[in-house]
Design a protein around this ligand. Sequence first.
Ligand code: CP
Length: 303
Amino acid sequence: MRHLMNPLDFSVEELDKLFDLANDIEKNPEKYAKKCAGKKLATCFYEPSTRTRLSFEAAMINLGGSVIGFSDANSSSAAKGESVSDTIRVISCFADICAMRHPKEGAAMVAAGKSKIPVINAGDGGHQHPTQTLTDLLTIRSLKGKLDHFTIGLCGDLKFGRTVHSLINALSRYEGIRFVFISPEELRVPDYITEMLREKDIPYAEVIKLEEVIGALDLLYMTRVQRERFFNEEDYVRLKDFYILDKKKLAKANQNMLILHPLPRVNEISVEVDDDPRAVYFEQVQYGVYVRMALILTLLELV
Ligand code: CP
């Protein structure tokens, strides 16, 4: 039985297969419409979510399966003090596969250790968000035709943004990737990530101003400042609008650059950018459903 905790749990070759399957699902949805008949997905979300939870649920329904779960820790027995380990043992009696989001780093890993069904980490604190990374990689591969030889700028909250940590990990395995980290000093990417890049001899730069580097990017990954991870509101208020991508800043960017964002957006991308053909963050959401369908089929060994 396999779980997904980190994008590195799948080899590059396995990811290629997963993305091929996701692209086939996109083209031939009817072929997959009954693949999960009789199967149940449990979504155990101890933290808020729109995309991840609902795209998992849509994915399972598109595959002919059904869905159970909770979207708020307070409506589960966690509110009475039940541990994640006990909860997953119980969920294992009801469902065939589980997607779990939790505010604590490592919670999904603890669950996987006690589970009788595959567990998917749907975001654990400021640590990892592997299915967002699968979504990001599928979007890039589908729209650019490759996952190598890019200069990617990651902009915003690189300290607390789990989508950023997972994406850097995943892209560090492809040839010719150059990272440009764009953040205020307080929200720099963690040292363990820059150490990993230095060890692997992968080029990266750290800058504060987006305008100075936007012209050199093939991909721009914008992120929101993660209010829920801040220790005090004052720091959040000071940093929340540090970056606002608007038409004026975008004028300096390459015509083929893609703008990605895991969403939700707050103010970091002006709505005037949404109509720009380079803005693909809503297409990205759609790719998230295909890749979660492919992941469910793969973990349930139905392909
Ligand atoms: N991208 C993402 O994780 O969005 P949600 O928090 O809405 O699931």
